[in-house]
Design a protein around this ligand. Structure first.
Ligand code: ZN
Length: 258
């Protein structure tokens, strides 16, 4: 903490402290663990797991390959705590976590001890709550739009797995993206009036790559926009119960990430 701010520490602490805060500052719920004004509560694995994880955007034009090659998670910065609006609430860097796909990818994290919240800084190249790239998700949806059917697109996109698994793999990307496109054309008639909720139509207005454009232009509303484009929950898939005697195609082949 800079010297010119050190004298304000007590005043700052009071100004952060709402009722729940004051309990935390007194040690409520944290046993004997000491509060350190410079780092906040120690971010043990237990305290980190206990709190929610909030995804934030790291604006970048890099592709995933470039991002990994440059290890650009080192450049990801969170200057202020999104909960408290300042950095002196105990916000601190909490290393990175590894994504399974793309290989070598890491995502920078911060932790606010007072809010018991972890913030992960997701670069624009990555899909949220799905493995892999946002551009890859876009290629899948574009392939479906260009194909005569979801089944035909799935067969072409994932020849390495059985068709039922390939269809689920496609639908896990297609469904949420269609929901996002539909929400956009419905909620932004000023920009997207007359568009059908397709990548082709929305992309003609917003530019390409379309999903990255949507993420960048929805910067302040990403929590309300469904993953994998925004950082809200993925829409629940419609239940498609197979007839009782239909052959069970088995577990989904693709890995999940958070
Ligand atoms: Zn904070």
């Amino acid at each position: 903490m800079p010297a010119d701010r050190a004298g304000d520490r007590d005043g700052e602490k009071r100004s952060f402290a709402g009722k729940r805060w004051q309990a935390k500052l007194r040690g409520g719920g944290h046993g004997a663990r000491p509060w350190d004004p410079d780092i906040g509560w120690p971010a043990t694995a237990g305290t980190v797991r206990a709190g929610p994880v909030v995804q934030l955007r790291q604006a970048t034009a890099l592709t995933s390959e470039e991002y990994v090659r440059r290890e650009d998670w080192r450049q990801a910065r969170l200057d202020r705590c999104p909960v408290h609006g300042v950095a002196e609430c105990g916000l601190r860097r909490l290393g990175t976590y590894r994504r399974v796909e793309p290989a070598g990818m890491r995502v920078a994290r911060y932790y606010c001890a007072a809010a018991q919240t972890t913030f992960s800084l997701l670069p624009d190249c990555l899909a949220a709550r799905l493995p892999g790239d946002l551009d890859e998700v876009e290629r899948v949806v574009a392939a479906v739009e260009a194909a005569p059917s979801v089944e035909a697109a799935a067969d072409k996109l994932r020849p390495d797995i059985e068709l039922p698994g390939a269809i689920r793999w496609v639908r896990r990307r297609l469904g949420p993206v269609r929901a996002v496109l539909l929400a956009l054309v419905t909620l932004r008639p000023d920009h997207l009036g007359g568009c059908t909720p397709t990548l082709r139509d929305v992309g003609a207005r917003l530019g390409a790559p379309v999903l990255r454009q949507i993420r960048a232009q929805s910067d302040k509303r990403l929590g309300a926009l469904a993953a994998p484009v925004g950082f809200g929950p993925r829409p629940r898939p419609r239940t498609r119960r197979p007839p009782p005697r239909e052959h069970d195609p088995g577990p989904d082949p693709a890995p999940h990430t958070g």
